[in-house]
Every structure is written in structure tokens, then in C-alpha cells.
Design a binder for this molecule. Structure first.
Ligand SMILES: NC(=O)c1ccc[n+]([C@@H]2O[C@H](COP(=O)([O-])OP(=O)(O)OC[C@H]3O[C@@H](n4cnc5c(N)ncnc54)[C@H](OP(=O)(O)O)[C@@H]3O)[C@@H](O)[C@H]2O)c1
Length: 299
């Protein structure tokens, strides 16, 4: 029998990739849900039910209709600068709505796969974080995502929390872009681009998030999984790789320190995540950054 999978946040960058990949797979019966109408209503492979996850009644009725075996929550208020100044909105989507989803998953015996972030960590380190390390977020977005994780761990008995990092890939019209796309656009226009040279990340190809989520749908352990790339490098290094792989002018890239960038919202200095657990337990195998860039730009 096909597994019934409900993907929440299905218009989002990561959610849409997961929706498309699962909908193509005959093992799943897929329903997408998002705040707005389906951004790409062309497929007969999935159902789409527009729902606000902050509306408890609507979400309860969504569960009654879909009766999901698995719920993948990719929805979030995920812009750190916005969360820093909109606490109530961030709490509602990233904490309260997540707790309600967790309760409904428990009632309906659904497995919950929930996307979270490297920003739960402080970044005061110089080694990759494991799932055992203690989170200590430095901004409000990270705080709300960590609180969402805690709600799930306390309310659900069948769940996986998937921490991902700087997700990249080709985006659809209407979706937000990513730093790799921004760098490519600027360099192609012969414009300078300023990027931080002292913040380390393990960037994640969007197809690898989808790969990891599918493995976790069919895996029965509970807990946290780090799903990201295996290359750990600074944002400036990422920009240089984009230039090199695409054959663009790398001298237009201007590396600056976090201090010089002077952003209002603090960000972790080093938030590379270790994927040893995912490799061992799920046989997760991410693309290298170079392979991911090639896929993203269709090379
Ligand atoms: N992107 C990254 O680099 C990154 C890095 C680390 C962690 N993450 C985490 O990964 C997840 C996915 O990130 P993303 O960047 O792919 O997300 P995204 O593109 O910002 O998409 C999030 C989606 O959530 C939906 N949404 C927001 N509020 C909603 C509501 N009240 N009810 C229903 N749907 C709602 C939006 O739907 P509409 O479009 O229909 O309004 C949006 O498309 C998030 O949990 C994020 O915290 C992302």
C-alpha cells in the first residue's frame, strides 16, 4: 500500500523539492499544503490543500481529510532578520503551530519529520557539531527553531528532526533564492558581491535534503539527524567555488569579516554539522559542493 505523506510548506524552496521527488515515486500518495495557493499547479501526481498551520481548526480538519502516515513539516518563518523583529509571528509559526502538529501526529499515529537548522547552535567552536552537542542559539530565529524541536521531542513518540544548513539549488519563480544564486547573478552582471569570510557552514544541496527526508520516512528511529553537505567552508569560499565552477570573475567577490559586515542579527561563527550519524544509520550520501553547484546550474 502507498504511504500517505503530507508535506507542509509545499510552496517553499525545500518543501517543493521534497514534494516533487516523492510525488514521482509510486510508493507514496502525496498531499502538499501551504499558506498560499499551489505555486506550480501542473501536476496530477499530488493533491494540494491550502492551509494556514496557525489555524488549529483547519489543521485538524486537514489531518482528518488526509489521514497521513507521515507528515513532513518544511514550513517556517525562516528569515533570521525578520524573526529578530517579529517575535510573536515567529513564535506562532515556529513554536505554537509545531506543537499543534506534533499533538495531531500523536493522535493520528503519523510519523513527523520536521526540518530544523544549524542556527540552534551558538557557533562558538571550530569543529563540526554532532547531534549530541548542546544547542545555544544566538538569534531569535534559532531560539524559535530550538523551541519547536523541544515541543516535538516532548509530544511525539514517532519523529525525526532534520537539521539542515544553507540549502542551495535552483529555485522556482516566487521562491526565495540563496547565496549561491545571488553570487552567480552578481558576477554575471559584472557586479561586486560582499560575502563574509569568517562564518563557516556545511552547505546542503536541496536534492540531498529530499534524499535524507525520504530515508527518514522509511526509518523508524526517533531523534535528531544532521542532513547537510560534507564540505565545511566559509561563505566567501562558497562564493569562490561558484565563480570557479561557472567560470566567472572571482575578483569581483569581496570577502569581509562579520564585524565589517555589521549585520543587525547575530549569526553563528561556525555552524558546520557532522553527518556521521546519517551516513552510518541511513547510508546518507550527499553531493560534494562542486557536484551540487553543477546540478544547480545544469552543467
Ligand atoms: N533555506 C535554508 O537555507 C535553510 C537552512 C536551515 C534550515 N532551514 C529550515 O528548513 C525549512 C525549509 O526552509 P526553506 O528555506 O525551504 O523555507 P521557505 O522557502 O521559506 O518556505 C517555507 C514555506 O512555509 C510556508 N508557510 C509559512 N507560514 C505558513 C503558514 N502559516 N501556514 C502554512 N504554510 C506556511 C510558506 O508557504 P507559502 O509560500 O504558501 O506562503 C513557505 O513557502 C525551514 O524549517 C527552515 O527553518 C532552511
Amino acid at each position: 500500500m502507498k504511504k500517505k505523506v503530507l508535506i507542509i510548506g509545499a510552496n517553499g524552496f525545500t518543501g517543493r523539492r521534497i514534494l516533487d521527488d516523492l510525488a514521482r515515486n509510486q510508493s507514496y500518495q502525496v498531499t502538499g499544503c501551504s499558506l498560499h495557493e499551489d505555486i506550480c499547479p501542473r501536476s496530477a501526481d499530488y493533491h494540494f490543500i491550502r492551509t494556514d498551520i496557525c489555524d488549529n481548526e483547519a489543521v485538524s480538519s486537514l489531518f482528518e481529510t488526509v489521514q497521513p502516515d507521515v507528515v513532513v513539516n518544511t514550513s517556517a518563518l525562516s528569515v533570521p532578520d525578520y524573526c529578530e523583529t517579529h517575535h510573536e509571528e515567529a513564535d506562532a509559526i515556529n513554536i505554537t503551530a509545531v506543537a499543534h502538529l506534533a499533538e495531531l501526529c500523536q493522535i493520528h499515529h503519523s510519523r513527523l519529520i520536521h526540518l530544523s537548522t544549524d542556527f540552534v547552535f551558538s557557533g562558538n567552536t571550530n569543529r563540526l557539531y554532532s547531534e549530541e552537542d548542546t544547542p545555544d542559539p544566538v538569534n531569535y530565529y534559532g531560539y524559535t527553531k530550538l523551541e519547536g524541536e523541544k515541543q516535538i521531542a516532548s509530544l511525539c513518540t514517532n519523529y525525526a528532526i532534520v537539521r539542515i544548513v544553507v540549502v542551495y539549488g535552483a529555485s522556482l519563480p516566487g521562491q526565495h533564492g540563496n547565496i549561491l544564486q545571488l553570487v552567480a547573478n552578481r558576477l554575471r552582471n559584472n557586479e561586486e558581491v560582499f560575502v563574509v569570510s569568517d562564518q563557516w557552514r556545511t552547505p546542503t544541496y536541496v536534492g540531498d535534503v529530499s534524499q535524507g527526508v525520504e530515508k527518514l520516512i522509511n526509518h523508524h528511529h526517533n531523534g535528531i539527524y544532521h542532513i547537510c553537505g560534507s564540505d565545511c567552508l566559509t561563505i566567501a569560499d562558497i562564493a569562490h567555488q561558484v565563480a570557479d565552477v561557472l567560470g566567472l570573475n572571482r575578483t569581483l567577490i569581496r570577502p569581509v569579516t562579520t564585524k565589517e559586515m555589521n549585520e543587525k542579527t547575530p549569526r553563528p561563527h561556525f555552524s558546520g554539522l557532522s553527518i556521521e550519524k546519517a551516513r552510518r544509520e541511513l547510508r546518507y550520501q550527499p553531493h560534494t559542493l562542486e557536484e551540487g553547484i553543477r546540478r544547480m546550474f545544469g552543467l
